[in-house]
Design a protein around this ligand. Structure first.
Ligand SMILES: [Zn+2]
Length: 632
C-alpha cells in the first residue's frame, strides 16, 4: 500500500506512519488515539498516587483512602492468603433461598452482597420530570457481550464464545469446595438460565433508544406482571415504603418474568448466580483468580495478558474514587488559560448552531424557537467539578478486611446512597464524567455537555496547535456532543431534559428522511472484521456530521485558517489500531462506528473537503452531490 493519496483515504494518508509504528500492548485491545491519551493519564496518576503514598502526604481524606486501597489491591501476598474464601462465604447466602418467597425476602441482602439477580432495581431521574426521581427496574446482564449474540444469525459466534466461557467457568469452579459433579452441574445450569435471559433482555441497539426505557406503571400493575415476587416486601425493604410508580425499562422481559423466575427455575437461577457471581468476584481475589476470571473477556477482545497488578490497582481505585482523582488531575494538569480558550470555542459553536438552526430547512418556525431555547439553556461543564459529591465522605472501609469485603462495603455505600435519594430532588450540578476521563458526553436529561480535562489535550486540543487543528479536533467533538440535543433521542427531550415532544410531525418526517439517508450511507459497509449496522450507529454518525458542519461554518468566518489542517487533524484524532476480535465485538456493542469510518465518511458530505484537496469524481473519497448529507 505505497503512495496513499489523501483523496482516496484521508485516514491512512494522515495516520499510516503512526499506525505502522504503533504496537498494541499485550494487556490491551487497542492502541493510539483515545487509548493513548488514557494511558498517558494513567501513567501520570499512578505516579501521583505512588508519590502521595511514599511521602504519606495526602491532599485530602478521599485521596488518602484511595491510596490506602491502592496499596491493598497491589498486595499480591495478602490477597493470596485470603484466597477464594471471602467469595465463597459471600455466596453461601444462596443456600438460604429455598423458595421464590425467600428470594423476595432476601432481595436486599443479595443486592448488598453483590449477588447477581434477574431483576435490578435502581433509582434514577424521572425522565418526564427531571427535577425528581423514580424507581426503575431492569433485567440482568447476559454472559456474552450483548443480547444480540443470542439471535439465530449469531449462532456460530455464540457457540464459540460459550465454549470459551464454559472452560473458564469450569476452571474457576474447580477452585471451590463443591464436588466435581456439582461444579459441572452449576456451569450447565448457569448456561441454561443465561439462555432464558438472552432471548428476552434488550440488545444494545434497543437500549440506545433512551426514551423507550420510560414506561412508568402503577406498582400494583407491575406486581401483577411479576406474580412470583413479593414486590411490596422487596420494595419496602429497599426504600422503607412502597413507591406508587415504577418505570419498567424492559417491558418484553418483565412480561415474561414469570418464566424466568419461578419454583421450577429457582435452582438454575441459584447456580447461575453462583457461577456468574464468582467469576465477577475473581478480580478482587488472588492474582491467580484475577487472571483466570479475566480470561473470557480477554478472549473476546483478543487480549493476551492480564493487566499488571499496578495498573489494575490504579484503574480500580480511580474508578471507585473517580471524582477525587479527577479533581486532583484537573487542578494540576489543566490550565486556566486552556479552560478559558476552550469555553470560548464552545460558546462560538453554540452561537453558530443557533444561526444555522434559524436557516435550517428541517424544522418549522415554532420548533426552531424551542431548539434555540434548548441551546441557550444548555449547561457547559469544562474540565472538572469544584467539589466532590457527598457520597465520597461515606466511602470508608476497614483496612483490616479482605479486599473482597472492602469492595462489598464500598459497593453497599453506593447502593444505599442511591436508594436513599428516591424522594430527594435531583442534582443536575453533578458531573457525568470525572476530570481524568478521556471522553465527552451530552446528557439529554440534564441538557448539558461535559468535557473532562483529560480529553482537552493534543491532538484534540492544544494552545500550541493552530485554530484550524483545534476546530478539526476538539471543535468537531464539541459540535458532535451538542448535536445530540437534536438527534433521535434529544429530539424527544426539551430544554429541561424532560421527555416532551417539541417537534411537529412534519419536522420529524423531514428529520427521519435525513436519518434514513445516514443509515444508508453506512449500512452494510464491509470491513475485514465484519459488516456495519447503519441503524445501530446512526445517532453517532449524525452527530459527527453535525460537528463537522458547525465547525466548517466557523472556519469560513475565521481569518487565516487552513482547511487542509482542519481535515488532517479530524483524521488524526481517530487514529487507532485495534485487535480484530475487539473490532468485531465493537460492531455488536458500540453505538459509535469504527474509527476509520468516523475519519473518512463525514468529510465526503462537505464541499470544503473537495476544494481543500481538489477531490475529483475518480477519487475514492468522492461522493456525488445528490448523495451528500448535511443535517445541521
Ligand atoms: Zn456521541
Amino acid at each position: 500500500m505505497e503512495n496513499i493519496r489523501i483523496q482516496d483515504d484521508l485516514y491512512m494518508f494522515v495516520n499510516k506512519e503512526t499506525l505502522d509504528n504503533l504496537v498494541i500492548p499485550d494487556d490491551r485491545p487497542v492502541a493510539g488515539g483515545f487509548s493513548e491519551l488514557a494511558e498517558g493519564v494513567e501513567k501520570i496518576m499512578m505516579n501521583e498516587l505512588d508519590t502521595m503514598t511514599a511521602s504519606e502526604s495526602y491532599p485530602n481524606e478521599h485521596l488518602e483512602r484511595a491510596c490506602r486501597l491502592y496499596a491493598i489491591v497491589k498486595d499480591a501476598d495478602r490477597k493470596a492468603k485470603d484466597g477464594i474464601a471471602p467469595a465463597l462465604k459471600n455466596l453461601a447466602i444462596l443456600d438460604e433461598i429455598k423458595t421464590v418467597e425467600d428470594f423476595s425476602r432476601l432481595y436486599k441482602t443479595l443486592v448488598l452482597k453483590d449477588i447477581p439477580t434477574p431483576i435490578n432495581v435502581d433509582v434514577d431521574t424521572d425522565m418526564k420530570n427531571t427535577k425528581q426521581r423514580l424507581v426503575y427496574i431492569q433485567g440482568a446482564g447476559v454472559i456474552l457481550p450483548d443480547a444480540s449474540y443470542y439471535k439465530p444469525e449469531m449462532a456460530s459466534q455464540k457457540a464459540q464464545l460459550i465454549g470459551i466461557w464454559s472452560n473458564v467457568a469450569k476452571a474457576v469452579m474447580a477452585k471451590t469446595d463443591l464436588s466435581a459433579e456439582d461444579q459441572e452441574k452449576y456451569v450447565n445450569d448457569a448456561l441454561a438460565f443465561d439462555e432464558l435471559l438472552g432471548g428476552l433482555v434488550k440488545t444494545r441497539e434497543e437500549w440506545s433508544k433512551y426514551v423507550e426505557m420510560y414506561n412508568p406503571m402503577d406498582t400494583a400493575k407491575v406486581a401483577e406482571m411479576l406474580p412470583n415476587l413479593a414486590l411490596d416486601t422487596l420494595l419496602n425493604d429497599l426504600f422503607g415504603s412502597v413507591p406508587s410508580t415504577i418505570v419498567v425499562t424492559e417491558p418484553r422481559y418483565f412480561a415474561s418474568f414469570a418464566t424466568v423466575l419461578n419454583a421450577d427455575t429457582l435452582e438454575i437461577y441459584k447456580h447461575w448466580a453462583y457461577v456468574t457471581g464468582l467469576l465477577k468476584y475473581c478480580s478482587f481475589l488472588s492474582e491467580e483468580l484475577r487472571d483466570m476470571g479475566g480470561m473470557f473477556m480477554r478472549a473476546v477482545m483478543g487480549v493476551a495478558k492480564m493487566q499488571s497488578i499496578e495498573k489494575f490497582a490504579y484503574n480500580l481505585v480511580s474508578s471507585l474514587y473517580s471524582e477525587p482523582v479527577g479533581i486532583y488531575y484537573g487542578e494540576k494538569y489543566f490550565g486556566e488559560e486552556a479552560k478559558k480558550d476552550i469555553t470560548e470555542i464552545v460558546y462560538q459553536i453554540i452561537d453558530t448552531y443557533r444561526t444555522r438552526i434559524r436557516t435550517n430547512d428541517i424544522l418549522g418556525e415554532a420548533t426552531k424557537e424551542k431548539a434555540i431555547l434548548k441551546l441557550s439553556t444548555m449547561g457547559v461543564k469544562m474540565g472538572y467539578p469544584d467539589k466532590v459529591r457527598a457520597v465520597y465522605d461515606k466511602m470508608v472501609f476497614n483496612p483490616e478486611d479482605s479486599l473482597f469485603d472492602i469492595m462489598l462495603t464500598l459497593k453497599a455505600v453506593r447502593v444505599l446512597d442511591s436508594y436513599g435519594k428516591l424522594n430527594k430532588p435531583t442534582e443536575p450540578e453533578n458531573w457525568a464524567m470525572p476530570g481524568h476521563m478521556v471522553n465527552a458526553c451530552y446528557d439529554p436529561f440534564v441538557n448539558d455537555i461535559t468535557f473532562p480535562a483529560a480529553i482537552l489535550q493534543a491532538p484534540f486540543y492544544s494552545l500550541k496547535q493552530t485554530r484550524s487543528e483545534n476546530l478539526g479536533g476538539i471543535g468537531g467533538v464539541i459540535g458532535h456532543e451538542i448535536s445530540h440535543a437534536f438527534d433521535s433521542n434529544g429530539a424527544k427531550c426539551d430544554e429541561n431534559g424532560n421527555i416532551n415532544d417539541w417537534w411537529t410531525e412534519d419536522d420529524f418526517k423531514r428529520f427521519e428522511a435525513k436519518v434514513n439517508q445516514m443509515i444508508e450511507q453506512f449500512d452494510g459497509i464491509e470491513l475485514p472484521w465484519g459488516k456495519v449496522n447503519g441503524a445501530f450507529i446512526v445517532s453517532e454518525n449524525m452527530a459527527d456530521n453535525g460537528g463537522m458542519s458547525v465547525t466548517l461554518d466557523i472556519m469560513s468566518k475565521t481569518e487565516g485558517v487552513s482547511y487542509q489542517e482542519y481535515f488532517c487533524n479530524w483524521a488524526r484524532v481517530w487514529c487507532q489500531k485495534a485487535r480484530p476480535e475487539y473490532q468485531q465485538m465493537l460492531l455488536a456493542v458500540d453505538v459509535h462506528g469504527p474509527c476509520l469510518l468516523r475519519a473518512n465518511m463525514p468529510p465526503r458530505n462537505f464541499s470544503e473537503w473537495y476544494s481543500a484537496f481538489d477531490v475529483k469524481e475518480t477519487d475514492q473519497m468522492y461522493l456525488s452531490p445528490e448523495k451528500r448529507i448535511v443535517i445541521w
